[in-house]
Write a protein of this length. Structure first.
Ligand code: ZN
Length: 264
């Protein structure tokens, strides 16, 4: 699933490729992909492209917005040739200059919602702090972890605590902090919480610099892979740098990778 660095890389690509383009129409190729809150004849030009958590928000000049969530396997691919498509194209945003943005999604969980510019996006109200913002600091996380019995790994995946993290980055962050992912949130010391804040920002920034992580599906707007998978220490690995075996366990139904020598 695309996490914050992949979504941010897609947004950086969209800003280069489609910002300012006039939307001529949106074609739905698989029903259920598009959700129209209102009947629309014309959307106007794309005025701004932003991210909140794993959501992509395109604001248009005629006071509408497109809210896109890629879910498991969604991709946005820019295409200069209107006749070209991709194998799992679910919707296409056609621009007046005869280019398009293909919404490709193998698993079909992704969605594009079209709504008025000033309407609230209900899903965004439930999101926690943006990890790269100043709001995400030790004080914020200490408050969220108070009385939390759940393992720290599970807490960091909770989008209502931190918006945008997923399985791959949480594994890497906890490895860099040398914290065992099974540790209960409330048992962490202040120094450890400060490490989590620090390495969350460091890992996400490094990953954005390397255009995200491609383990299976993720592709950029230009249909290219990310490179941060080459810098991961534990996710999907068999051996730690220290020589010990990487453990793979299940937590809340998701795979967790860690080194029980380096992480305690
Ligand atoms: Zn190790």
């Amino acid at each position: 699933m695309p996490e914050l660095p992949e979504v941010q890389t897609i947004i950086n690509g969209l800003n280069q490729k489609v910002l300012g383009k006039e939307i001529q129409k949106i074609i739905e190729l698989r029903s259920g992909t598009l959700e129209w809150q209102i009947p629309i004849t014309s959307l106007g030009k794309i005025e701004s492209i932003s991210r909140r958590g794993k959501y992509i928000i395109l604001q248009t000049s005629l006071h509408y917005k497109l809210v896109i969530h890629l879910r498991m396997t969604g991709k946005l691919i820019f295409e200069r040739d209107l006749d070209k498509t991709s194998s799992h194209s679910r919707a296409e945003i056609i621009f007046a200059d005869k280019t398009k943005l293909i919404f490709d999604d193998v698993r079909t969980f992704g969605k594009i919602e079209v709504m008025k510019k000033n309407d609230d996006i209900p899903a965004l109200k439930k999101l926690g702090a943006e990890p790269l913002s100043n709001e995400f600091d030790a004080e914020y996380l200490i408050d969220k972890l108070r009385n939390i019995k759940a393992p720290i790994k599970t807490v960091l995946l909770d989008q209502s605590v931190i918006a945008g993290l997923g399985n791959i980055y949480v594994a890497e962050i906890l490895y860099r902090c040398k914290i065992d992912p099974r540790k209960a949130g409330k048992t962490l010391r202040t120094a450890q919480i400060k490490e989590i804040i620090k390495y969350t920002k460091v890992v996400l920034q490094e990953a954005i610099k390397h255009n995200g992580t491609t383990i299976s599906d993720y592709r950029s707007v230009e249909d290219k892979s990310g490179e941060f998978q080459n810098f991961l220490n534990v996710y999907g690995k068999k051996t730690c740098e220290c020589g010990a075996e990487i453990h793979k366990i299940k937590q809340a139904g998701r795979s967790t990778y860690f080194c029980n020598i380096c992480q305690s």
